[in-house]
Design a protein. Structure first.
Length: 217
C-alpha cells in the first residue's frame, strides 16, 4: 500500500510539473492578441466598399479596446495624436448653412457595403442617433448630451463675428476628431476618418452654433 501511495504521489508531482512547465511556456499576451486578431480577420471579408482593413486598430482604438480605461500616459498620447490630426477649415471659414447641416445630422446613411461609394458627400452624420438636436424630435439617442441650445447657451450671437470664440474652435476639433478631448470618446471622428468632408462639417457647425438654427431657438 505504501508503495502505491508513493507511486501516486510521484505521478501527481510529475503531472503538476508538466502543467506548470506548459504554463510557463504558453503564449504571451502579445501572442494571444495576435492570434485573436488573426481569428477576427478570418471571420470577415471584403464586400462592396466595406474592406477588411476597417478592423485594423489605430492608437486610439487599441488603447480603448479593454474593460479598463487606458493609463493616463496612454490616454494623453491618444489625445495628443488626435489633436495633431485636426485640419482647420480653409480660409478660416468655419460655417456653412444650417439647413444643410440639419439634413446631414438627420441622415444615418453611408459607409455600408451596399453603398456605391466612400465619397463623404454620400454620407450623413447620424447625429440624432446619439443626441437630441431639436425639441420637436420624438425620438433620439442619449449616448451623447443634448445639443439643444448648444450655441445659445455658449454665447454665440453672430457666426460671422464670433469665429474666434473658443467654442467655435472646440466644436470644430470635436467634430474632426473627438479623441482630442476624450481618448475613448464614442463619437465618430468625422473629419479624421473622412466620414464627412470639410463643407459638410461647416454645415454641421452652423446647425450647432448659428442663432437662426432650430437648435438655438
Amino acid at each position: 500500500m505504501s508503495h502505491r501511495i508513493t507511486s501516486c504521489v510521484t505521478l501527481a508531482a510529475a503531472a503538476c510539473a508538466t502543467l506548470l512547465a506548459g504554463c510557463a511556456t504558453g503564449p504571451t499576451p502579445a501572442e494571444l492578441d495576435a492570434q485573436a486578431m488573426a481569428a477576427i480577420r478570418a471571420s470577415f471579408r471584403d464586400q462592396g466598399i466595406a474592406k477588411v482593413d476597417r478592423i485594423r486598430q489605430d492608437l486610439g482604438q487599441s488603447a480603448c479596446s479593454s474593460d479598463q480605461p487606458p493609463a493616463d500616459d496612454a490616454a494623453d498620447r491618444v489625445k495628443a495624436e488626435a489633436l495633431a490630426s485636426v485640419k482647420w477649415p480653409a480660409g478660416g471659414q468655419f460655417f456653412g448653412n444650417w439647413v444643410d447641416g440639419e439634413r446631414i445630422a438627420q441622415s444615418g446613411r453611408g459607409m455600408t457595403w451596399t453603398d456605391p461609394s466612400t465619397d463623404p458627400k454620400a454620407n450623413g452624420g447620424n447625429c440624432y442617433n446619439c443626441h437630441q438636436i431639436d425639441k420637436k424630435e420624438l425620438s433620439y439617442g442619449t449616448i451623447g448630451p443634448s445639443l439643444w441650445n448648444y450655441g445659445k447657451n455658449r454665447g454665440i450671437s453672430d457666426v460671422t463675428a464670433d469665429t474666434a470664440a473658443p467654442i467655435v474652435h472646440y466644436t470644430w476639433v470635436k467634430l474632426w476628431n473627438s479623441k482630442a478631448y476624450a481618448a475613448c470618446s464614442n463619437m465618430p471622428r468625422f473629419g479624421h476618418m473622412k466620414l464627412l468632408d470639410e463643407q459638410q462639417l461647416r454645415h454641421i457647425m452652423s446647425l450647432l452654433l448659428d442663432p437662426r438654427s432650430p437648435v438655438n431657438q
